[in-house]
Ligand binder design. Structure first.
Ligand SMILES: NC(=O)C1=CN([C@@H]2O[C@H](COP(=O)(O)OP(=O)(O)OC[C@H]3O[C@@H](n4cnc5c(N)ncnc54)[C@H](OP(=O)(O)O)[C@@H]3O)[C@@H](O)[C@H]2O)C=CC1
Ligand SMILES: CC(C)(CO)C(=O)C(=O)O
Length: 298
């Protein structure tokens, strides 16, 4: 099975490395330096102070990137537009798997003509060290679910047994994506504003109180999620990833854009359409946007 992975960031390098153990993987990057770098050095993965190397093909993503049996999209949500344009010229029979956090992309990817489109929710922690090295900071699994289509064409991916890299097929993509969204809403903005590691949230009663209020606001938007996620589950995730700096905190520290639009922005649009007032969510959104802007020169 020939798999193309679009985006050579933390998640793209992690997926390229592990999937190359069983599949013919090509990383589709956007910078020629990264293509040269991986072609020269391969990928180095660090896990629990051990190093593992893999050699994969790398090329630039072009509108004519063809010949794959499946494509995995591992760019940030705000970088999806040119990728979606490139994908609209690929074979509609090729399954597409989107790994973005948040919900901003879901409706947009449904407009692609492809027969099989999947969403993925990545539970691994990954940290990019340079263009060819990644640290596997947290063991987890990748949950995947069909937005449309069927498993024909990706069965091999679903049944692969790569050590430290399990996949789990979920039956309801909406529930799967929303569960991850609840976690990101309760952890990412607060850790970015307070500049703390995930674990501090659960230890500080003031942050815990804000998380509880955010959880209640989320339930106003998604009342049906009441039976699918409990507040304590999110607290447990903050504890189990206690030494992590959330991806939003890392983006803020490195003065990059954050994924606040697809995590909080999309929710505030939904709230406005449905006439809900969600003051904590709105305040956190404005704070993250403000901090993001200050970091980028105001
Ligand atoms: N890191 C993590 O632990 C987790 C991440 N995720 C989700 O996975 C997604 C990816 O995250 P992450 O890997 O951390 O992000 P990164 O910012 O590390 O990587 C994104 C990569 O996409 C590349 N890219 C952007 N546009 C294009 C393009 N047009 N063509 C080809 N490549 C492109 C970037 O290239 P360049 O290097 O040139 O900028 C960059 O290498 C996010 O939505 C995130 O929410 C989910 C769970 C865990
Ligand atoms: C689960 C969590 C909060 C782990 O840090 C994450 O997904 C992120 O940082 O984006």
């Amino acid at each position: 099975m020939k798999i193309g992975i679009i985006g050579g960031g933390a998640v793209g390098l992690l997926f390229s490395h592990y999937l190359s153990k069983k599949f013919d993987v090509t990383l589709l990057a956007r910078r020629a330096e990264q293509v040269l770098d991986i072609n020269s050095y391969g990928i180095t993965l660090k896990r629990d102070d051990c190093y593992d190397h893999s050699f994969i093909k790398t090329e630039m993503l072009r509108e004519s990137s063809l010949g794959f049996d499946a494509l995995i999209i591992a760019v940030k949500e705000y970088d999806l537009e040119p990728v979606i344009n490139a994908l609209s010229n690929t074979d509609v029979k090729v399954p597409l798997l989107f790994l973005q956090n948040g919900i901003g992309h879901i409706e947009r990817v449904k407009n692609l003509p492809h027969e099989t489109i999947l969403a993925g929710s990545v539970e691994h922690g990954a940290l990019k060290e340079n263009d060819h090295s990644v640290v596997h900071t947290g063991n987890g699994r990748t949950n995947i679910a069909f937005i449309r289509g069927e498993s024909k064409g990706i069965e091999e991916l679903l049944i692969q047994e790569i050590k430290y890299f399990p996949f789990s097929l979920q039956d309801d993509y909406e529930k799967m994506v929303l569960k991850k969204l609840f976690i990101n809403v309760l952890i990412n903005p607060l850790t970015s504003i307070a500049r703390i590691k995930n674990g501090r949230l659960a230890e500080n009663p003031h942050f815990l109180h804000l998380q509880r209020t955010l959880f209640d606001e989320l339930q106003i938007l998604f009342p049906h999620m009441k039976d699918h996620i409990r507040f304590q589950e999110v607290v447990d995730i903050a504890r189990s990833t206690s030494s992590n700096r959330s991806s939003m905190l890392k983006d803020i520290e490195e003065k990059r854009n954050t994924e606040v639009e697809t995590i909080l922005g999309a929710l505030l649009i939904k709230a406005e359409k449905e006439n809900h007032f969600l003051p904590i969510m709105k305040t956190l959104y404005e704070l993250v946007k403000g901090i993001e802007r200050e970091g980028q020169g105001g």
